[in-house]
Design a protein around this ligand. Structure first.
Ligand code: BG6
Ligand code: MG
Length: 231
């Protein structure tokens, strides 16, 4: 039997939480006199909470004491969690549950590979936690995407070789991390943004069961152009 490891990013792949990150960061940035646009929010996708605040401060040409920095990170997260608390299954992105159920039926490895420290509570909210065999989140990694650590730990927990793993990602940093891990990188979003991926789909409704079966059988492989010799 062919067994592969399917590793899913969370924010923007399983649920559309990017809009809540945006609202919470915007409120925080504006409260310290810094503008914050949707285009800037795009650049924070896949980026850790600490690095996100550092970038916002850079854009606003502002620096803070360490205490104030920590306080603002806490404020942002409290605000974000208020939005998360209102989430339910209706916020699962289209056909995500269908793909997860197909993979379960076909006895494939399924892991989460997310930068978020809120990943477990979000999966619980939308009632998907039990679909995942392994979860790797922002609490488990020391190096953020584009470092491959998050996905390599995922493969290890699934006990599947990295080259037999497939990553679903909506961020550029996440696609780069999947490539660095030598995994098939599937972009969920726009082709012009995620052009480093092996395949790009707008969302899971575009992914056919045949495509999944061809990955499992090995008929579909990683694009050779995305396999560098030195990593
Ligand atoms: C990523 C998001 O999944 O998680 C980022 O794309 C976010 O926008 C990061 O900053 C960290 O999330 P959290 O929930 O730990 O603040
Ligand atoms: Mg994401």
């Amino acid at each position: 039997m062919n067994k592969k490891g399917f590793i899913f990013d969370l924010d923007g792949v399983i649920v559309d939480t990017a809009k809540y990150h945006f609202l919470a960061w915007k409120q925080l940035a504006n409260s310290i006199g810094i503008d914050f646009s949707e285009a800037q929010n795009e650049q924070l996708k896949g980026v850790s909470r600490v690095r996100s605040l550092e970038k916002i401060l850079e854009w606003g040409n502002t620096s803070l004491s360490e205490d104030e920095f920590m306080r603002l990170m806490g404020l942002k997260n409290d605000n974000y969690l208020n939005y998360i608390n209102g989430m339910d299954e209706s916020e699962i992105l289209p056909d995500v549950t269908k793909i997860l159920n197909t993979l379960i039926e076909k006895e494939q490895g399924i892991a989460l590979g997310s930068a978020s420290k809120n990943a477990r509570s979000i999966l619980t909210k939308v009632n998907l936690l039990e679909k995942f065999q392994s979860i790797v989140d922002g609490n488990d990694v020391s190096k953020a995407k584009p470092d491959p650590e998050v996905f390599l730990i995922g493969a290890q927990l699934l006990q599947i070789k990295p080259e037999d793993c497939i990553v679903f990602e909506d961020s550029v940093a996440g696609i780069q991390a999947a490539n660095a891990a030598h995994m098939i990188a599937i972009g969920i979003g726009e082709n012009d943004v995620l052009h480093e991926a092996d395949f790009v789909f707008k969302n899971f409704t575009e992914i056919s069961i045949t495509f999944i079966e061809d990955i499992i059988s090995g008929k579909i492989k990683k694009e050779p152009k995305n396999l560098s010799i030195d990593n």
